[in-house]
Design a binder for this molecule. Sequence first.
Ligand code: SAH
Ligand code: SF4
Ligand code: F3S
Length: 445
Amino acid sequence: MKKAFVKSYGCQMNAYDAGRMADLLAAEGYSATETVEEADVVVLNTCHIREKASEKVFSEVGRLRVLKAERAQAGLDTRIVVAGCVAQAEGREILARTPAVDVVVGPQSYHRLPELLAESRSRRVVDTEFPIEDKFSKLPARRNRGVTGFLTIQEGCDKFCAFCVVPYTRGAEVSRPVAQIRAEAEAMLAGGVREITLIGQNVNAYHGEAPGGGSATLADLMRALSDLPGLARLRYTTSHPNDMGDDLIAAHGDNPLVMPYLHLPVQSGSTRVLQAMNRKHTADEYRRLIARVREARPDIALSSDFIVGFPGETDAEFEETMRLVADIDFASAFSFKYSPRAGTPAAEREDAIPEAVKTERLARLQHLLDQQRHAFNESMVGRTVEVLVEKAGRHPGQVAGKTPHLLMVQIDAPASTIGTLLTVRITRSGANSLFGELLPDAAAA
Ligand code: SAH
Ligand code: SF4
Ligand code: F3S
């Protein structure tokens, strides 16, 4: 049997796409492998968001070139595919720079992967079109892996933040119809999924076709999914502050399937910097929005993304970010040094912040965010929570799963609990995980 190795280097949507490419290859008779040496097809699903992410692919392809040559000596063919956002952004340059690559395919045309692989027998191929046809309707039925899964409901972005490549690599914003999403969710649930994370680059800008005509919001969509048998939890990511509709905020209070967790990137605590980033809201508007979300769901865990050292960011403006973090108190967060990306407006600016300053700011910000994360984890100790068991735990006799607040917990419980909800008392908080004990008579959910 032929084997395929598919690896994701990017965001959740990139991971989703990698899974769908594996589905496509499975339908063509390829079994999945985690061992790249035995793969007949290798797919690298790349990310272009920061320079580090996008450079990774070239070192990876360098290693694969050696592997491909070794396999060729043994009479084995290896097809190397570069997919994802670097493929979209750099297209033909990848072919020029990396002779070992056979196929370059962008995020909106990967449903054509089998044809492209066939074509690649006679010539190297690039497909970075944004085809009119709906990629999703061309994909084979979804195969499942695991208890939790991502489901893309919306793609692309029309917001054009000054630093960001996504509008160029993913194209314009498009929402999938509710009925199509429901069908995919049903397939996931039939395969054993209990928790679905709805994903999109601007997931709360969702405005898909409603079954009865008109358009549905994200809150409408979540309501439409809530009666699906077997579905225990819903999450969504990534949202934009300007698309937090009243009904979505309310859903955190009144839809029991919507988990008390919100990833809401703010990027900076300085209104001047936010304006320069083209985020189109102020720091105080963000604070007020968070207050409203907390009113709807007081125990909600908040998460965010931050960029330090955006061109022109002064010391005082960075301090405003520190203040915003101190005011809001995040349960988790991602923070990055600004990375100039060719083709984006911010990359043209001449007031770049020196690397050493970015490094210092990032360290200070991460220190504060780490403190907040630890405090949040500690605050769970002694509490009783519901854990959706996902997999075997770190040690024999243990399983691991997540709390509603998206914290991983290790529990002494048998593997037969995988896929169920357990009521667990949190006993201890470690560096990367919580530890919990099963409450008597609680294993029935
Ligand atoms: N759509 C999401 C963000 C997707 S990209 C939103 O608008 O919030 C994920 C994160 O990567 C961003 O939130 C931002 O913090 C970071 N990022 C994007 N471009 C970047 C760049 N050029 N340099 C550093 N970080 C960047
Ligand atoms: Fe990028 Fe901004 Fe769109 Fe998010 S909203 S994907 S940061 S352009
Ligand atoms: Fe990266 Fe593309 Fe996602 S650039 S963050 S893989 S949308």
